[in-house]
Every structure is written in C-alpha cells, then in structure tokens.
Design a protein around this ligand. Structure first.
Ligand SMILES: NC(=O)c1ccc[n+]([C@@H]2O[C@H](COP(=O)([O-])OP(=O)(O)OC[C@H]3O[C@@H](n4cnc5c(N)ncnc54)[C@H](OP(=O)(O)O)[C@@H]3O)[C@@H](O)[C@H]2O)c1
Length: 319
C-alpha cells in the first residue's frame, strides 16, 4: 500500500511533528492543515510538506484537503473541554464530529486509507469525557465499514523532548516547595514519541494493519508519583510528593482547570480511573522495540533549565 500524498491532520503538534518528519524523510508529500500558520513554522523546512491554513471543521475545507490524497492520518486531539455528558462540546467537535466528517469526506473523494490516532482506554463507556469521546470517534470511523481501510493507534501517555507530561512535572517542581498529587498510585506505561510515530508510519504501508487497532506503550509501568519524582530528580528540583485524598484531588483539579492553559482537570483525574497500561503482549506493534524512558528523558530534563524555559514559552504560545 503506497501512499504518496498524505493529509496529516494534527501534524503541527508534538506527535504529529514527528510523524511529519518521518514521512517527509521517506519522500511522501504531505499536506498539513493548521488553524494558525505560525504554529507550523518548524515544518516549513521539510521539503515535501505543504502547510495549509484551514479549518478542518468546515466541511468544504475538509473536502478540498482530502481531494487527491492517497491516505489520511488524523492526530487532532485535545485534553480539555467545556463540560457535558457523555462529553463536552469541545471534545465532541475535535474527537467525534471531525472523524465522522473525515469519513464522509474520504468516502466522497474515494480516499480509502485512514489512520486514526486515538488513546489507550478509549471507550464509549469510559470513565472520562476524554476517553468516551475518543471511543466515539473510533466508532464513527468504524461505522464507515468497508468504505475505509482503517487503522487505529492507541498510545499510552507519550514522552519526548516537547511532551506536556514530564516537562510539566519538572517545571512545577522548580517553583513549588512540595508536590500535592491526586491519584498518585495511578499507573502509566509511557511511550516514546518517536516510537509512536514509527508505529503510525509503519501501519500506513501494511495491508495487515487494515481493520486493526494497536496499543502503543513503553517497556515499563510506573505510578504517577514515581514519574513526578523522576522528573523532579532529573531537573534537579525534586520536591516531596504529598498524596492527596480524592476529595482534595478533585478540588485541586477543579481549581487548576480554571487556568488559561490548565495543567490538570477533573476529567483528567477521571481518565486515571483506568490504568494507562497496555493489556499484555508486545507493547508496540510490528516488532518495534520500545525506547526506555531512562534512555531519553535525562537528555531533555537533566539540568534542563534552558529546555524547561523553552517548554514554558511554548505552552504560553499555545503550541
Ligand atoms: N501526547 C500524549 O501523551 C498522547 C497520549 C495518547 C493519545 N494522544 C493523542 O495523540 C494525538 C496527538 O497528540 P499531541 O500530544 O501531539 O497533541 P498536540 O501537541 O496538542 O497537537 C494537537 C494537534 O491537533 C490540532 N488541534 C488541536 N485542537 C484542535 C481543534 N480544536 N481543531 C483542529 N485542530 C486542532 C493542532 O493543530 P493547530 O494548533 O496547528 O491547528 C495540533 O496539530 C491526539 O489525538 C491525542 O489525543 C496523545
């Protein structure tokens, strides 16, 4: 299955940028839509990438973007939404309506190959709005049936130089004297951004990946408290972790989600009702070997004052 022309939705983000680099290095021609062209500056240096300022929520724009493509990869995703049941309106737009519209646009344009990046534990009956909306997004695409050659990728939490996970814990510990932490025992199996990108790129070309969903995890399981301590240790500002009881954890998350760029929300806490851990077997598909957190994180968190400052500027710029 050779896909020369690829539409990469969410290609300006943390994971999407890695996918864009890997695909461009293989000579694929990419179209990367963005809401704000300046967020795609780092992609403009890639010779086969065309950045298009467009709204993917507008049906006509989406139809234009899909036309003439050999494949579509959808990485659009958000972590926070206004509230609602089973999920809030922002989750509904980004995680449910977009995949539904994408399936329709692909059908109309005769584009069959679609790789959807979902999340580990995505489930229409999941414990959080995030997971329910991700689950419904998968269902919208599956409903297209034989009209789409669909592959779903479900990563655990993703780490790498520009992650919003370990960098956040490291940054908080620079300023806070202690780390009050809800759900300290929640378990994660963090996966390296380059490995997830490799799984996405590899899946694109494989006929046997059609109709499949693949979980993506790293080699080890950690509790949230262990990850917070590790980030603190690497950044040189390890603070005592104070485990919060559930009521206080919810109060803390409820206050934090009022911030302009919330580091945490009540819905994020709800997502931790289920461990973000791969269900046995190999942590990555296609025989890929997972990169250890300890092999990568010291380079971007270790003595990383400048890197953390860069990360902070990126958050402020809503990147
Ligand atoms: N990072 C993780 O730990 C993790 C774990 C599991 C699953 N995932 C999934 O992997 C995918 C990529 O995650 P990421 O960490 O790379 O995210 P990211 O860095 O926040 O990037 C998100 C991308 O989606 C686009 N986007 C965001 N909100 C949008 C909206 N309302 N309408 C249209 N486009 C929008 C952004 O494009 P512009 O801003 O350029 O328009 C950007 O390219 C997401 O689907 C996410 O749910 C991530």
């Amino acid at each position: 299955m050779t896909a020369q022309n690829i539409l990469l939705l969410g290609g300006t983000g943390f994971l999407g940028s890695q996918v864009a680099q890997q695909l461009a290095a293989r000579g694929h021609r990419l179209t990367v839509p963005t809401r704000h062209r300046e967020r795609a500056r780092h992609l403009l240096v890639l010779p086969t990438v065309e950045v298009a300022e467009a709204s993917v929520h507008d049906q006509a724009s989406l139809a234009r973007l899909v036309a003439g493509q050999d494949a579509v990869i959808n990485l659009v995703g958000i972590l926070h939404s206004r509230h609602g049941l089973p999920y809030g309106p922002d989750f509904a737009q980004a995680h449910v309506a977009l995949p539904r519209n994408l399936a329709a646009a692909c059908r109309a344009a005769g584009v069959r190959r679609l790789v959807q990046v979902s999340a580990l534990n995505a489930d229409v009956n999941g414990p959080s709005q995030y997971l329910r909306s991700k689950g419904q997004g998968e269902a919208e695409l599956r409903a297209a049936g034989a009209a789409l050659d669909l592959t779903i990728i479900r990563p655990s939490v993703v780490f790498g130089p520009e992650d919003s996970f370990l960098n956040l814990f490291a940054r908080l510990q620079r300023f806070a004297p202690v780390m009050p932490l809800g759900r300290a025992g929640a378990r994660f199996q963090p996966v390296y951004v380059g490995d997830v990108a490799q799984a996405i790129v590899a899946s694109l070309a494989r006929r046997d990946a059609v109709g499949q969903a693949y979980c993506c995890c790293g080699p080890r399981v950690y509790t949230l408290a262990e990850l917070v301590r590790y980030a603190g240790e690497l950044s040189g500002h390890r603070r005592p972790v104070i485990e919060l009881p559930e009521a206080l954890a919810r109060l803390q998350a409820g206050l934090l989600e009022l911030l302009p760029n919330p580091p945490m929300s009540v819905d994020n806490l709800d997502s931790m009702d289920v461990d973000s851990v791969c269900p046995g077997g190999e942590p990555l598909p296609f025989g890929l070997r997972p990169t250890a957190l300890e092999a990568v994180a010291p380079a971007y968190l270790g003595n990383g004052t400048q890197r953390l400052a860069n990360y902070g500027r990126r958050v402020k710029a809503h990147r």
